[in-house]
Design a protein around this ligand. Structure first.
Ligand code: FES
Ligand code: FES
Length: 163
């Protein structure tokens, strides 16, 4: 039995420890934000965070996640209350088919948690493992820049409050 912590909830699963996390998320937890694309670690559509680090959930066996906090797209906000990165992607209308977007958002979120004011090179570097076959890269980059402004405002508001 393996206990997974996902978006603050726990799931005890008796799935084979080698089962990729993506299947448990989608089939057992009904968390469908992460997508199956290639299953080979080549497209990034399955990206989630483990302890705030992006991982390919299609390649990561659940046995490796026993003591780690997993965050999926659903953990960043909801349709009614999107998180800052999700909101920025909506405002910039960054999605075309949308298939790559969950992975892009998770990578952007992980980056902004570490560095709320990344330069262009850092943003491109962080998103590089995720592919967008629709070619909306420029809108995706704009969305991350917009999200970065939101993160910086949050940070300076928190500093003001703590003075
Ligand atoms: S589905 Fe995981 S990297 Fe493509
Ligand atoms: S929006 Fe279609 S793959 Fe990126």
């Amino acid at each position: 039995m393996i206990t997974l912590r996902v978006n603050g909830s726990t799931l005890e699963t008796d799935s084979d420890p080698e089962t990729p996390l993506l299947y448990v998320l989608r089939n057992d937890m009904e968390l469908n934000g992460a997508k199956f694309g290639c299953g080979l670690g080549q497209c990034g559509s399955c990206t989630v965070l483990a302890d705030n680090m992006p991982i390919f959930s299609c390649l990561t066996p659940i046995a490796m996640l026993a003591d780690r906090d997993v965050t999926t797209l659903e953990g960043l906000g909801s349709i009614d209350a999107p998180g800052p990165v999700q909101r920025a992607f909506i405002e910039e209308q960054a999605a075309q088919c949308g298939y790559c977007i969950p992975g892009m958002i998770m990578r952007a979120h992980a980056l902004l948690m570490k560095n709320s004011a990344p330069d262009e090179a850092a943003i491109r570097d962080a998103l590089e493992p995720s592919l967008c076959r629709c070619g909306t890269h420029m809108r995706i980059l704009r969305a991350v820049r917009r999200a970065s402004e939101g993160f910086q405002e949050q940070t300076s508001a928190a500093r003001e409050r703590n003075r």
